[in-house]
Ligand binder design. Sequence first.
Ligand code: ADP
Length: 463
Amino acid sequence: MSQEVKKFKRVLVANRGEIAIRVYRACAELGITSIGIYSKEDRYSMFRSKADEAYQLDPQKGPLDAYLDIENIIKIAKMRQVDAIHPGYGFLSENPALVRACEENGITFIGPDKEIMYALGDKISSKKMAEKANVPIIPGVEHAIKDIDEAIRVADMIGYPVMLKASNGGGGRGMRIINNKEEMPKEFQEAREESKKAFGDDLIFIEKYLKGPKHIEVQVLGDKHGNVVHLFDRDCSVQRRHQKVIEFAPAFTIPEKTRKEIFDASVRLCKEVGYNSVGTCEFLIDSDNNPYFIEMNTRIQVEHTVSEMITGIDLVQAQILVAEGYTLDSDEINIKSQDDIHCNGYSLQARVTTEDPANNFLPDTGTINQYRSGAGNGIRLDGGTAFTGAEILPYYDSLLVKVIAFDRTFEGTIAKCTRALREMRVRGVKTNMAFIMKLINNPVFKSGKCHTTFIEETPSLFD
Ligand code: ADP
């Protein structure tokens, strides 16, 4: 097999919290030394001590900007002679400027090439690419709307309700539902201003608003030699304010025909752009089971775990190995073809956060004065923030621990996840654990038939 492989000895992980630990672990398993970074505010956080080495970022930058300080991160990377940088999710993970800085300094970026990131990184360009690859997209326009007149014209053409979306939006932010012409001027103006502030530009586009669709996504993996496979799908329909709360794999309630369609479409899109890392193609599925591509995420995602559980493939290791130059069919990755990837059961992930459901999910902060985790057969916990004595900081994501269950049946994953949550104790800060238990034991959830509006339409979850 002819392939150019550059094995990494040292990898810097440009992130914090659970995903930083997840990547350090994959590095350790591959015999790679992990280099961590942390903000001054994070100096007592657990993740820092799980890296083989860790360095403090610029304390002047503040708790968030420290992790976005490309210059300083590259400086540390060079000082510690790292071969590669893993960006995790969030922060710099989809920022081509980091990829460029890596290239200029002879460091490998563990993710897709910057040209691919540009082509797929924002929602407008990824929809354009999808259209080119003959992947069905939601009716709308694939360019930034220039003024209110155009917004009204386009919305009239598509038909209300429509959605205004910030091309660079993320994390469920930067989306507005517009029900009629009268709402448009004010909403369009506000959407632009908000996007400029939150995402750095005011590129807004319009698409048809689908009522209560399912959110189904396909996990893909490509190497640097043109090979692409998928690792089946995930159902991420259970959301709050467009943000995922529970994810499961496979998406077993979708007809096989539709599933095959989105697997094929995702692989086709990745082949079209030469996608060469892990990534996710996201689709909305309407009530007639028609799939519509919405965007591609060019990073490892929070919910990658459930795909790992059902296939037995370690996605973070695979991501590092393809960045080193290994082909999918190499002995190291050992995926000879798509037929080598099997779905061996069901997996469910619950995101335990320090949000208080009784108080509009406001994130709680303070000291955890008692922490006891769940464990046992079929339970995987990806965390690293929670321990007795841990300080929950107000600056960061409220994710405390991901409780991931695996079983031969979907009902089995619910039973295991519920049991693990009942074993857990978190005292000192509020959490959403009781809410999650109620949610996953709701009959609609148990049937696998939740839609994206399930939480807001089910007041009994809050009783
Ligand atoms: P983000 O990048 O912020 O996660 P996405 O484009 O992935 O945003 O969309 C997040 C969620 O918003 C979707 O899962 C869905 O619930 C909702 N959504 C997005 N676009 C539409 C649409 N056109 N119609 C209805 N819901 C939508």
